[in-house]
Design a binder for this molecule. Sequence first.
Ligand code: HEM
Ligand SMILES: *[C@@H]1O[C@H](CO)[C@@H](O)[C@H](O)[C@H]1NC(C)=O
Ligand SMILES: *[C@@H]1O[C@H](CO)[C@@H](O)[C@H](O)[C@H]1NC(C)=O
Length: 362
Amino acid sequence: MASRTAGMLLLAAALLLAAGSSSLTAVEAAAARLPPPAKGLSYEYYKKSCPQAESIVFGFLQNAIRKDIGLAAALLRLHFHDCFVQGCDGSILLDSTSEKSEKEAPPNVTLRPSAFKAIDDLRDLLEKECGRRVVSCADIVTLAARDSVHLAGGPWYDVPLGRHDGLTFASQAAVRDALPSPDSNVTVLLKALAKIKLDANDLVALSGAHTVGIAHCSSFEERLFPEQDPTMNKWFAGHLKLTCPVLNTINTTVNDIRTPDTFDNKYYVDLQNQQGLFTTDQGLYTDARTKPLVTKFAVDESAFFEQFKYSMIKMGQIEVLTGVQGQIRKHCSVPNTAAGNGDEMPWSVVETVAEAAESLVL
Ligand code: HEM
Ligand SMILES: *[C@@H]1O[C@H](CO)[C@@H](O)[C@H](O)[C@H]1NC(C)=O
Ligand SMILES: *[C@@H]1O[C@H](CO)[C@@H](O)[C@H](O)[C@H]1NC(C)=O
């Protein structure tokens, strides 16, 4: 009897062990489904230098996005523009000097000032907590986009960190080249994404970011005038014309008519109902290469979330600068050298002088 009980216990222990090891492999399998960190990036990058970095960013955004949900969309789009143009190097944050920069470039003029302000505020907070030039602007943008997705109702995921900030801003021509215009067809989109090693799955999932945020009439009015795009639902076209009654208004409308402020899969339901806003959105449901994935995401939100996480990590590692490349900017809108506050000796001298001047004024 006693030995039988012992045997049962052993069996139970063996079963528990087996269950334990199989759930371990499930975790490993899940991790394996995410793209590995690019060379020079790591999930533990600030563990020593700024262990609170992620909680500082999240705490700040939790509060800021509670007050303005539009900030979540603005920060998500900022990361997309940064990464698509010359890699995720914070170049989108740079103010122009003589030449016009990425920031002033057309598609880019609709990036919201609130997003740039939030990045600067976060940089200040991180500097106070962890010291000067420890956390890069490009990483702040990456973390802000990640947290925005989650704070708007979407999934949370870990992001590899360690990006350095670029030294140069992108020309307007480079921006035009890198960012597809919203009237593009799927062929054009797939080609543009292939150049930066993104595929059709990435295209469909990342476009799902249009589940939040707004657009100006100029971004889709070619679908209303002179005649209505036949792939647009008639009621929806009429609805849009209330906001955009004629060409060239400055009005805006929401990207996702069903749940405009929530990060969910309703964007794909919009597409199934011919209520996608841009040609690039609706095209995903018209084109046979991307339609099956739209259909899948429309009925299976967790499938969308899984692919979105994967594609965001991939996008967040496009042409990153690491190691000896780039720098960690003091101010996100100016490269250290251009401001005369460069990385090396002159930087500390300028700082000291500036601080001395400040204390004199005070
Ligand atoms: C596939 C190519 C894409 C095109 C052609 C495109 C185009 C656009 C356009 C034209 C707008 C509206 C701008 C305006 O009129 O104010 C917009 C907004 C937005 N886009 Fe995209 N986009 C694309 C991909 C992405 C990706 C990959 C993301 C993020 C992962 C993204 C996130 C957003 C967000 C969140 C907004 C709303 C911004 C706000 O409310 O401030 N887009 N997009
Ligand atoms: C997509 O757009 C490009 C550029 O406007 C055009 O050359 C091409 O024929 C279009 N492809 C399809 C399938 O419509
Ligand atoms: C949009 O703009 C036009 C003119 O610019 C204006 O007359 C109209 O009332 C606006 N509509 C909305 C909904 O804001």
